[in-house]
Every structure is written in structure tokens, then in C-alpha cells.
Design a binder for this molecule. Structure first.
Ligand code: ATP
Length: 272
């Protein structure tokens, strides 16, 4: 079923995610082809406390809609990574309600969590590549976990390697790559299986401005195919690059707008 979903989304050999999306050839001004749908993520009065410390996140309430593109911003230590961890189910909140895909995931039995996690692609701030696997095998991992037949793995992986500019590094081990190259492998691995939600924590922190812009174009291409994208970043110009994207700002663990209302980033063409 998963494979059928990947195929349905166009991920078959010879049928790329997006011709030229890494070169910007598609152009970010093109209208999204995917209509924004009902709430896919809902936080209601969520609080998070690590141990006996005071709350890292307090009274966080917001809704994200299927097919949307969202940025999460805020100063260092504001709680961005903590919020994303709640979103990709690496952490349970201390209080409040979190619904993903319409289901309450706070009270969900543990055995059901992996099924939810598989629907979410994550670009971790510290990459978390598997050190003993090649770059190629790291990127192929989600397809293999999803049960894709080996004969079908090569085309999308090779294509993804080229998109992130690592076509000649497929057999390298992660430790032999630069930080920026490892980050691109982490992004390729997160997006290759077309997750329903993509969560990326500072995904452009280690790459130059040109590569950051190209990676954002890749995220936009994925978003146009229906993936809801959530990116934590400090990079305001990058936020303004994505047409129609909205942003939330965290300030010392609280949303700057406690109602959860979203804003358009400065310089976004969608903010007019
Ligand atoms: N596992 C943990 N145990 C205890 N405290 C933690 C843990 N993880 C984060 N914190 C604390 O929570 C606060 C928010 O951290 P978090 O990493 O979520 O912020 P951030 O906005 O992502 O910061 P940055 O932009 O620097 O990555 C910090 O004070 C941090 O020390």
C-alpha cells in the first residue's frame, strides 16, 4: 500500500519528483497545485517540561493545515527543537493535547506510534545519518523500510543524489563528508519517501546561500505535491522566498501570538 502511495505520487523510475527543481527551473511563482486542506496538526495548550526545570514550552496552541508550508522561528533557546520533537513524536508533552492526522497522539498506545512516525519525514539538526551505511544506502533507507522492491530503489535514489549535488558521492561514508554535504544527505533521506509531513530543524544551517535557496526550492516542489512542510529557521530572507508560506514565532517557550495565528514572513510574495 505504501509503495502504491509512492507510485501514486509519481515516484517511479524515470518519473522524477520535479524536473529542474534543484536548479530553480520550475520557478517558485508557480501556483501551488495542492489545495490546503483541513488541520493535519493541532496543538492545544501544550506545555513541555524537562525534568524538574520550569516549562520549556507553555500554552502552545496552533493548527497547521494539510498542504501548507510553515516556518517556525525564534531566538536560540526559544524552544523550536522542543516543539518539533513533539510534532515528530520524539517527545510527549507534559500537558495539553496534540492531534496529528486528526488523532490524539498524546494518549495513543505506544505500539501505534511507529505507524504515525512513518508518515513524517524529519531532517534533524544533527543529521543522524547511519555511520556504517553509504550515502546511497542512507538515502535509500526510507524506501527499503517502506518495502519498495530493490529494483525500484535505484532510480529515485540516484535522482535524489543528483538533486542534492552528491551524484558522485553515493558510495562515501557520512563521516567523510563535510557538514553541508551531510545535511544534504539528511534532507534527501527525509524527503525521498514523500512523507505527509516534512519537519526540518535548521535544514540550511550548514550550506551556503545558493544551496539553501536550492534546497528550499526542493521543499517547495515536495509541498506542491501535497506534503505539509514545517521548517525551523532563523533565516528571514529564506522564509520570504517561499510563496504563501506562513510563520510562527516562539519567544521563551510561548508563541509570540498566543492565539496561534500565523503570519506571512517579511518579503514573502504571499504577504501582499
Ligand atoms: N533534553 C533536554 N533536557 C533538558 N533541557 C532541554 C532539553 N532539550 C532542550 N532543553 C532546554 O530547552 C530550552 C529550549 O531548547 P530548544 O533546543 O528547544 O531551543 P531552540 O529554539 O531549538 O534553540 P536553537 O535555536 O539554539 O537550536 C533550552 O533552554 C534547552 O536547554
Amino acid at each position: 500500500m505504501r509503495l502504491a502511495r509512492l507510485r501514486g505520487a509519481g515516484f517511479t523510475a524515470g518519473r522524477p519528483l520535479c524536473h529542474g527543481c534543484m536548479s530553480g527551473a520550475e520557478g517558485s511563482a508557480r501556483a501551488p497545485v495542492f489545495t490546503i486542506m483541513s488541520a493535519i496538526v493541532q496543538f492545544e495548550n501544550v506545555g513541555l517540561r524537562y525534568g524538574l526545570d520550569s516549562e520549556t514550552l507553555s500554552d502552545v496552541s496552533f493548527s497547521l493545515h494539510g498542504g501548507g508550508f510553515y516556518f517556525l522561528t525564534g531566538a536560540s533557546g526559544a524552544g523550536k527543537t522542543s516543539l518539533l520533537k513533539l510534532l515528530y513524536l520524539a517527545q510527549r508533552p507534559s500537558r495539553g493535547v496534540i492531534r496529528l492526522f486528526g488523532e490524539d497522539v498524546v494518549t495513543l498506545p505506544r505500539k501505534r506510534l511507529p505507524g504515525f512516525r512513518r508518515r513524517i519525514g524529519v531532517v534533524f539538526q544533527d543529521f543522524r545519518l547511519v555511520p556504517h551505511l553509504s550515502v546511497y544506502d542512507n538515502i535509500a533507507l526510507p524506501l527499503r523500510v517502506a518495502g519498495m522492491e530493490e529494483a525500484e530503489v535505484d532510480a529515485p535514489v540516484s535522482e535524489m543524489l543528483n538533486w542534492v549535488g552528491l551524484g558522485d558521492r553515493g558510495q562515501a561514508r557520512p563521516a567523510t563528508l563535510s557538514g553541508g554535504e551531510q545535511q544534504r544527505v539528511a534532507i534527501a533521506r527525509a524527503v525521498i519517501a514523500r512523507p505527509e509531513i516534512l519537519v526540518a530543524d535548521e535544514p540550511t544551517g550548514n550550506v551556503d546561500a545558493d544551496m539553501a535557496s536550492r534546497l528550499m526550492t526542493l521543499f517547495e516542489a515536495l509541498n506542491r505535491l501535497g506534503t505539509t512542510v514545517v521548517v525551523a529557521t532563523h533565516d528571514l530572507p529564506l522564509m520570504g522566498q517561499v510563496t504563501g508560506a506562513q510563520m510562527m514565532r516562539l519567544d521563551k517557550g510561548r508563541l509570540a501570538d498566543p492565539t496561534g495565528a500565523l503570519r506571512y514572513p517579511p518579503r514573502s510574495r504571499g504577504s501582499a
